[in-house]
Design a protein around this ligand. Structure first.
Ligand SMILES: C[S@@+](CC[C@H](N)C(=O)[O-])C[C@H]1O[C@@H](n2cnc3c(N)ncnc32)[C@H](O)[C@@H]1O
Length: 347
């Protein structure tokens, strides 16, 4: 993680076993690194500044999973609207519903505008695919990664920085239950415990990693997905470049975005479009993304990614509560990884 190519070693297993480590420590053996990375609830935290991550995420890392919905509701009322707990429950509700509502017998949804539709369309457009491992970046509570594991033959890894969401994904993987709060109104949430099928689960895992500093060697993955993550990261171009770095030549990235830029997530200077209407792309995020994915077309083009296919406007719905859902129109692109012109030449 400090820029070495060293492979992390499993230094301690304190819960679980070697096949499924629930709690333990990973260690970087490089002499100038020696960094330790915790594994909690089956989720390795392999992030660049692990101490800062642990400090910033302490309430999530140490949160209890044994609280009944009754007491959780009372604690939610005590914390009130706008609290950190309220924000976490809203995220878990929106993405829990978005990913698993179609499997919940008590809340049958139409499934229209789901992230699974985006994944399906992306996979169609990305054909033919190379065999090999798949990475879902910004996996949230995990359903697209489950779908990828069911369809692909290789390893599938879902990564995200939100530990509360990763914990939902990790429990779904280990116990076959997607458990999340479903917001009805205000501070009123119903706990959902949705049983899921897990074909391919033995080839699937969820890790805490930063989309801007993926801890993988160059040319590792045959497929990466980044569904609705581009406008959530501090440096979207860096995200694209990192996806290009970890893909094998000929591998593909499926990327969708509603371009819902906000300064809280991304400083305005780093937005892809959405400002500077007088410039070459007229402020268009779509045009700028296309240029970035066309080597040589723009001074900031990614040299290792080439636009392969796209769909201009696909529906994506994020449910907030019983009477409010946000409807997005999402731009989906598939890009193919090229040999790095500055990297070692093959052959
Ligand atoms: C809008 S949600 C999309 C989730 C999921 N892909 C979907 O479409 O349902 C964005 C996700 O990206 C994650 N995320 C944001 N910044 C990230 C980063 N730097 N590294 C990894 N994940 C990040 C968030 O925690 C969140 O789960």
């Amino acid at each position: 993680m400090d820029g070495t190519d060293e492979v992390l070693v499993l230094a301690e297993v304190t819960r679980g076993g070697p096949e499924d480590v629930l709690e333990g420590i990973l260690h970087c053996p490089a002499a100038r690194c020696r960094q330790e990375y915790p594994i909690l609830d089956g989720i390795p935290l392999i992030v660049p500044r692990v101490r800062a991550y642990v400090q910033d995420n302490l309430p999530h890392l140490l949160s209890r999973s044994d609280i009944t919905p009754l007491l959780e509701g009372l604690i939610g009322d005590c914390c009130g609207p706008g609290s950190a707990l309220d924000a976490t429950r809203q995220y878990l509700s929106s993405y829990g519903v978005g990913h698993y509502d179609d499997l919940d017998p008590e809340t049958p949804s139409s499934g229209a505008g789901s992230v699974l539709d985006l994944l399906e369309r992306g996979l169609e457009l990305a054909e033919p695919l190379l065999p090999g491992p798949t990475l879902d970046v910004g996996c949230a509570v995990g359903r697209p990664a489950f779908e990828l594991a069911a369809r692909q033959q290789g390893l599938v890894l879902g990564v995200d920085l939100n530990f509360a969401m990763l914990r939902v994904a990790s429990r779904a993987l280990r116990e076959g239950i997607a458990s999340y709060p479903r917001r009805r109104v205000g501070l009123v949430y119903d706990r959902r415990e949705v049983p899921i099928d897990r074909p391919g689960a033995k080839r699937l895992d969820f890790w805490a990693c930063d989309a801007l500093a993926l801890p993988f060697a160059d040319d590792t993955f045959a497929l990466t997905t980044s569904l609705n993550v581009l406008d959530c990261v501090a440096d979207p171009r860096q995200h694209l470049s990192t996806l290009g770095r970890v893909l094998k030549p000929g591998g593909k990235v499926i990327l969708s975005s509603p371009y819902d830029w906000s300064p809280g997530a991304t400083p305005v200077e780093s937005w892809l479009g959405g400002h500077s209407q007088r410039g070459g792309e007229g402020g268009s995020s779509e045009a700028l993304l296309r240029a970035l994915l066309s080597p040589g077309a723009h001074e900031a083009s990614i040299p290792t990614l080439r636009l392969f296919a796209e769909a201009e406007a696909l529906p994506w719905t994020v449910r907030i509560h019983d009477r409010y859902s946000a409807s997005y129109s999402v731009h989906l692109v598939v890009a193919e990884a090229l040999q790095d012109p500055d990297g070692p030449q093959s052959g």
